[in-house]
Design a protein around this ligand. Structure first.
Ligand SMILES: [Zn+2]
Length: 475
């Protein structure tokens, strides 16, 4: 091997400050395979220059040489780089770019600064200082992911339709049911969408959840019961339509867990001591505690990041309700529960149960949910239609206020006040004073982490019981 190479460019030779050293020990690698150069790379001012043709042709670039003006034009796809011998200014797509060193001619070969040109062409360049080798590699190419460009959800009384439009033909999909609670899952291969849950206004399907996974996109329908569905694809495989047959909505059984926020907190109502009981109260009060949901109806669900269930509303409602029941029982109050286990109880059964018992007060226990996960707080609902005191207990509105105040004080979270809700089945169909406590939000991370803890369920239960006892005493 030659130890010295002759530098032919008068330009280089004339600049005594430039230190050109032969560097035949420098090896050049492209994606780990060595590129043989007929003229060895040289180092000029710490920059490695390599013979242009030897390197850039394997990189897929084309080279043109204009001998009159000593200019090389390198083109790759829509990139054009012009380099002039002896000039440290290159033009990249017509724009002037300064380089650390100028191209030279060595042994009648044009020598380019390897890093500048290779990086401009989109390659990764690494210099191994110990081995004095240059490594050029193709950057790992991100394959273009199929994207869902639009996702539409619409529902009629019997059909829920979800249609997704993709940027590329869909590679495939898997659909299956998961039970406890019932979920219909679609895994769409190799595609992505923004991770956002959509509220679904359809009886039988409570929510549509979405998540991007490494190699698939997941659509999950939260359902009360498994429902029949069909899936169809357009000929181009760029549109996928899911149609879910919805069950008939019983007119009276609609229950809303998600409510708009009240405009402002209602003022406390001073109990009217002179209110005359409508039904003369002459016996002991009977309280019915109603833990919302249960069995195949989990209510609102809080999920872990991996999509597994963190907590269901039904279990938290029951946890709180059991404590309320125990506290009231210890106080010597006659108390009943609409369910004591995780089982299905219809709204009609709940109301009928309380009516049959001739209960004085009905307290339904729930936890709220909202698509806006930042929303947090405590809310108590009552029916304005029943805003009259019945024997032995305050009016629904006053009881709601008593419970709300106690909960806010004990739990110490934001109060959303009390609100009249006239279309809640259990409030409307019960014959007695009735309220529904939305303790906290299942959809809010801090709220659900708090209320999932048993000791905090006891805190909420004590507050609700305190409110009930106060309402019974003052009624
Ligand atoms: Zn609920």
């Amino acid at each position: 091997m030659r130890k010295i190479i002759s530098i032919l460019t008068a330009f280089v030779l004339s600049l005594s400050l430039i230190n050109v050293s032969a560097a035949d020990d420098i090896l050049l690698y492209l994606n780990d395979s060595e590129i043989k150069c007929d003229v060895p790379p040289v180092i000029v001012n710490d920059r490695v220059l390599v013979p242009a043709r030897a390197l850039f042709e394997p990189l897929g670039a084309s080279l043109k040489w204009n001998d009159t003006i000593k200019q090389a034009t390198v083109t790759l796809d829509d990139l054009t780089i012009k380099l002039k011998i002896g000039s440290d200014t290159a033009t990249v797509n017509g724009e002037k770019v300064k380089m650390d060193c100028a191209p030279i001619i060595a042994e009648s070969r044009t020598m380019f600064p390897v890093r500048f040109v290779a990086e401009k062409l989109g390659y990764i360049v690494k210099w191994d200082d110990k081995q004095r080798d240059v490594y050029i590699s193709t950057p790992p190419k991100e394959p273009e992911k199929n994207k869902i460009t639009s996702l539409n959800v619409s529902a009629t009384a019997d059909i829920l339709t979800v249609s997704a439009i993709f940027s590329q033909p869909i590679a495939g999909y898997t659909d299956y049911y998961v039970s406890n609670p019932t979920r219909l899952v679609f895994e769409l291969d190799d595609c992505r969408y923004y991770d956002k849950n959509l509220p679904v206004r359809a009886y039988g399907v409570s929510q549509l959840r979405m998540a991007n996974h490494d190699d698939y996109f997941k659509l999950v329908f939260d359902m009360e019961d498994s429902l029949k569905y069909t899936v169809s694809q357009s000929i181009t495989k760029q549109k996928l339509t899911i149609k879910i047959s919805l069950p008939k909505a019983p007119k009276e059984e609609e229950e809303e867990d998600e409510k708009p926020l009240p405009d402002k907190e209602e003022e406390p109502v001073v109990p009217n001591k002179d209110s005359v009981p409508i039904n003369g109260f002459d016996g002991k009060p009977i309280v019915v505690i109603d833990p919302g949901h249960g069995g195949s109806a989990p209510g609102a669900i809080a999920y872990n990041e991996d999509g597994s269930i963190y907590a269901t509303e039904a279990e938290i409602n029951l946890g709180i309700a059991k404590y309320v029941y125990d506290i009231l029982k210890d106080e010597g109050i006659e108390v009943y529960m609409t369910r004591k286990t995780d089982k299905d109880v219809s709204l009609a059964e709940r109301a009928a149960y309380a009516n049959k018992l001739g209960a004085t007060l009905f307290v339904s226990i729930h936890n709220n949910s909202h698509t806006d996960h930042s929303i947090s707080g405590i809310l108590t609902l009552y029916s304005a239609d029943k805003d009259t005191a019945s024997g032995g207990v305050q009016s629904s509105k006053d009881v709601a206020w008593a419970i709300q105040q106690q909960m806010v004080q004990a739990i110490g979270k934001n109060s959303q006040g009390i609100r009249s809700e006239d279309d809640l089945y259990v409030l409307r169909k019960t014959n007695m004073t009735a309220v529904l406590a939305e303790v906290l939000y299942m959809s809010n991370k801090e709220d659900v982490e708090y209320i999932k803890k048993e000791k905090n369920q006891l805190v909420a239960a004590k507050a609700i019981a305190k409110g009930i006892i106060k309402a019974l005493k003052e009624g």
